[in-house]
Structures are given as C-alpha cells and as structure tokens.
Design a protein around this ligand. Sequence first.
Ligand SMILES: Cc1cc2nc3c(=O)[nH]c(=O)nc-3n(C[C@H](O)[C@H](O)[C@H](O)COP(=O)(O)O)c2cc1C
Length: 157
Amino acid sequence: MSAIIVYFSTTGNTETVATRLAATTNFPIKRLLPAEPYPTAFDEKMKRWHQERDHDLRPAITTTVDLSAYDTIYLGYPIWSNNLPAIPRTFLEAHDWTGKNIIPFCTNGGSGFGQSLDRIRQLAAAATILPGFEIYNTQIDHSASLETWLESQKQSS
Ligand SMILES: Cc1cc2nc3c(=O)[nH]c(=O)nc-3n(C[C@H](O)[C@H](O)[C@H](O)COP(=O)(O)O)c2cc1C
C-alpha cells in the first residue's frame, strides 16, 4: 500500500494525531492550509465557518498535493458543527478519486464522526471509504485506542 496523510487542523488536535500517525507509519504528511487563515478566536472562527457552511463555499487552499503516487489517503480533520469543515471539502472536490481509498480520521468534542463520513462519500463518490478513527480531543494524550489504531496502521503498511 502506498499512502499519504493529508490533514486540516486549526488548534493542533488533529495535527497531533496526524503527526503521530506519520511517525508510526513513516507515510508522508501534508497539512491543508487555507489561503485565508481562520481567525484564532472561537466565535470569529465559528462565524466564518457558518458562512462557508450555509453558502456551501470552497475556500482556497495553498497546499498542493499530488495524489498520483498513492492509492490510500488518510484524511484528518476536526468535526465542525457535526460535519466536515470546508477546507477538506475543497480538497476532496479538487481530486479524482477513481481507484483511491480514503481512511478518515477526526478529532472532536464529543460528536464522533457526526455527518462527516456521509459528506466524504458524497464529495469523493469514486473513492472507497475504509474504516477510520475518531477521538474526543481530551483523550488524545492518553488513549489506548489511539495507540492501538496507530499500531494497526503500521502493520497494514
Ligand atoms: C467552528 C467549530 C465547530 C465545532 N463543532 C463541533 C461539533 O459540532 N462537535 C464536536 O464534537 N466538536 C466540535 N468542535 C470542536 C472540534 O472538533 C475539536 O476541538 C477538534 O479537536 C479541533 O481540532 P483541531 O485542533 O485539529 O482544529 C468545533 C470546533 C470549532 C472551531
């Protein structure tokens, strides 16, 4: 399997999981960076996100990712309003998913995957969505299930 880790993160939780996944598996890792950074303040960030969600916007990404060498893409993101944030939506729509696998992983404040898996299936209809991993953000630093998942990804590489 040739795999790459692609993730979006604004406060570092998903980045922590993505970085640990990369350290465990040695897969390359790319962070999706918005052309216009999100405000740091929660309320402002939420306001921008609600506009993006309500108008189904696809904000620009400065990161270029060439997926041609990979058959499996780990897609990491935080849950926003029970769903997939706009930046990973932009990423999914920008690529041809024919013949590719997506392994989703997310961090959240209790919503689990929410509606995000349905959204991924919709935006990358040609991809095969494989079982992923979700974690409550307060558990990241002391989660046996995260350790188990990381190790299991190593074995399948
Ligand atoms: C705009 C916004 C909306 C959020 N909505 C939810 C939500 O609906 N459910 C949930 O469990 N967590 C929600 N969260 C919490 C994030 O999913 C959680 O803090 C996540 O770990 C952040 O990841 P990051 O540090 O990689 O950005 C929200 C956070 C933000 C900023």
